[in-house]
Design a protein around this ligand. Structure first.
Ligand code: GAR
Length: 218
């Protein structure tokens, strides 16, 4: 299926790019994007958030969107006959806002074939570990349990694997002897928010190409 709107690319970056942000929890990465857009203006930052979607209701992330005056939508897996129907509904809800980029910012679901048919190559995820190490839902806990000395965060394009898509940027965080999962995750999130804001702005302002596993930002 053809994408709902063309992705930004070097010759014709949308200005400002339309972002749909997907969240599942506290939404501090969403807030960092909102703050950057408020500080710089959509034209200066190069992007505007046009809607926020979630896989559950009553989460802080949706509250942040509502306070910012943004439209929201919720697609809960349990409301659909099966995972494919949920994925189709998520893709349709997202497509209504005609995004140039979809930002999975703490969205704790794997999107499926229908979503990727529409938004593959323009869906960006942020993950709290240095991929390809420690993919999945427990990236922070798994790095700590493994005894790694450094970890961090990875901003990458989403493909049909679990955290396997082309890497755009990474940030490194040292693991301290006294760290527990929560303390380490908080330090990762400080780096992650800055990285996500920087990467999304660059993609939106400059356009990009994905060549195999390499992401070239113009
Ligand atoms: C972030 O650390 C993000 O990397 C992680 O959830 C957190 C969301 O924080 N995502 C994953 O673990 C996905 N596998 P936030 O809701 O405060 O933005």
């Amino acid at each position: 299926m053809a994408p709902a709107s063309p992705p930004p690319h070097p010759d014709s970056p949308a200005s400002p790019a339309r972002l749909v942000v997907l969240v599942s929890g506290s939404g501090t990465n969403l807030q960092a994007l909102l703050d950057a857009i408020a500080d710089e203006g959509a034209a200066g930052y190069g992007a505007e958030i046009v809607a926020v979607g979630a896989d559950r209701a009553d989460i802080a992330g949706l509250g942040r969107a509502e306070r910012a005056g943004l439209p929201t939508f919720v697609c809960r897996v349990k409301d659909y006959a099966d995972r494919a129907a949920w994925d189709r509904a998520l893709a349709e809800a997202t497509a209504r806002y005609a995004p140039d980029l979809v930002i999975s910012a703490g969205f704790m679901k794997i999107v499926g074939a229908e979503f990727l048919a529409r938004f593959g190559g323009r869906t960006v995820n942020t993950h709290p570990a240095l991929l390809p190490s420690f993919p999945g839902a427990h990236g922070v806990r798994d790095a700590l349990a493994y005894g790694a000395k450094v970890t961090g965060c990875t901003v990458h394009f989403v493909d049909d694997g679990v955290d396997t898509g082309p890497i755009i940027a990474q940030g490194v965080v040292e693991i301290r002897d006294e760290d527990d999962e929560s303390a380490l995750h908080e330090r990762i999130k400080e780096v992650e928010r800055t990285l996500l804001v920087e990467v999304v702005g660059r993609l939106a302002r400059h356009g990009y190409r994905i060549e195999g596993r390499k992401v070239r930002i113009s």
